[in-house]
Ligand binder design. Structure first.
Ligand code: UT7
Length: 320
């Protein structure tokens, strides 16, 4: 048993921060950010929590799907920037939308949406009928706003999809992890144990930019090759390729290494200019935009690809 998409939703905080806004307090400028990353603006929380964003995106996805909260069999959430380790973001969503089902989070950083879908696929195989999948991030809470190498690239936001069991739909995936914290690391709460002897690290995102860039491009290329080999599909059959939005140059470099034709490269969805990198929320936000603009119809083949902390990566194909 596989699944198809019944509805989507996104929610971003009202406050928009432009590159020029950043250059008022950081040694950066619009030209560098636009050329090196492809971002023009990002949304940033002022008084919203990551859970608030998640609940709003989930409500919109439910409304869009026509599914009532009490029909849900499961909620799967993801965040690296939630205000609490417990409750999970999925538990906040369960209460916020008024659902009664089980709810838990999956942690795979920016690749989380792929791992969430894989988890959902396992539950559909066990007979679950309707599952809500959410990614929500307040990255502005876990970046050091004095560090221009990370502060300019992230944004806040949430995306959600309602999935329904569908035996006519195809779903296939590849997932990979190269475990380690030398490239990307987000230290957790410091703690005040009188017995712990190691030095505490500041709880802000650490990232070796160029190594992450290389990992990203290599992962997209290898994961897509592996997925196409596994399924026998070609890029020409795919309606949209939705990559994790981390850097426009990563997407362009991957398209080039995959030797995509201009028509195939046009299928690579890009919205990083408006949102920045919203980690686990980036793919469901993109899916909601495509869906609401009428660019995805039932049965269309969609390819998702993501990479990030872990280091984790993955790609999947499914029918909308
Ligand atoms: O979603 C999780 C995964 N994350 C990613 O995929 C991010 C992957 N990495 C990247 O997207 C890029 O590596 C960054 C956007 C983070 C950095 O771009 P880069 O082209 O790799 O820049 P760089 O670190 O090599 O720095 C180039 C120059 C340096 O100056 P010098 O040494 O050449 O004089 C930096 O100091 O750019 C400078 N620089 C900046 N200048 C203006 C670094 N950050 C900035 C900035 N504004 N914000």
């Amino acid at each position: 048993m596989s699944f198809s998409v019944l509805g989507t939703g996104l929610y971003v905080p009202e406050k928009i921060v432009t590159n020029d806004d950043l250059s008022t307090f950081l040694d950066t400028n619009d030209e560098w950010i636009t050329q090196r990353v492809g971002i023009k603006q990002r949304h940033v929380c002022t008084n919203e929590t990551a859970a608030d964003l998640a609940i709003q995106a989930a409500k919109r996805a439910l409304e869009n799907s026509g599914v009532a909260a009490d029909e849900l069999d499961l909620i799967i959430g993801a965040t690296v920037s939630g205000e609490t380790v417990c409750p999970s973001i999925a538990c906040y969503v369960q209460a916020g939308v008024g659902a009664k089902c089980p709810a838990f989070d999956v942690n795979a950083a920016c690749s989380a949406f792929l791992f969430e879908l894989e988890t959902a696929a396992g539950f559909f195989a066990r007979g679950f009928k309707k599952i809500l999948v959410v990614g929500a991030e307040r990255m502005s809470r876990i970046i050091d706003w004095k560090d221009r190498s990370t502060a300019v690239i992230f944004g806040d936001g949430a995306g959600a999809v309602v999935l329904g069991a569908d035996e006519t739909s195809e779903y296939e995936s590849v997932l990979h992890v190269e475990g380690g914290d030398s490239v990307i690391k987000i230290p957790q709460h410091v703690g005040n144990s009188p017995f712990y002897e190691n030095e505490a690290e500041a709880p802000y995102t650490q990232m070796a930019g160029q190594e992450t860039f290389r990992f990203a491009v290599t992962s997209i290329v290898n994961d897509i090759h592996e997925l196409l080999d596994k399924t026998g599909h070609t890029l020409d059959e795919v309606k949209w390729i939705v990559p994790h939005q981390a850097n426009k140059r990563i997407i362009d470099a991957a398209a080039k290494r995959l030797k995509m034709s201009p028509e195939q490269a046009e299928k690579m969805y890009v919205n990083i200019d408006r949102y920045g990198n919203t980690s686990s929320a980036s793919i469901p936000i993109a899916l909601d935009e495509l869906h609401r603009e009428g660019k995805l119809q039932k049965g269309d083949l969609v390819l998702l690809t993501a990479f990030g902390g872990g280091l984790a990566s993955g790609a999947c194909l499914f029918n909308w």
